[in-house]
Design a protein around this ligand. Structure first.
Ligand code: ZN
Length: 95
């Protein structure tokens, strides 16, 4: 493996994707018509009154073998670079 390449340590594939899973609770205030102050006739899911993120997880996933590597790529203001990615993939993750 060349120094400027990143690959899955399990299968050596470079088919890697950064995944960002998030869970949100959307709230619609009940009023005289359809739920949500911004909805009149029907509830349109994107016209919410409040949205709260309750969970989020980020990881790098190998699309070839399915192995996942925990990683917070949005934590650094300038993103993560190649060095960071190589570090993430080199950790010994026992599942
Ligand atoms: Zn793999």
């Amino acid at each position: 493996m060349e120094a400027n390449q990143i690959a899955c340590p399990s299968c050596n594939s470079n088919n890697l994707t950064a995944k960002y899973e998030a869970k949100y609770v959307y709230s619609y205030i009940i009023d005289s018509n359809a739920p949500g102050l911004k909805n009149d006739q029907e509830l349109l899911p994107f016209l919410y009154d409040n949205r709260e993120q309750v969970e989020s997880t980020q990881y790098i996933k190998c699309e070839n073998c399915g192995r996942q590597f925990p990683c917070f790529f949005s934590a650094k203001s300038n993103g993560i670079d190649l060095n960071d990615l190589q570090k993430v993939l080199s950790y010994d993750h026992n599942e």
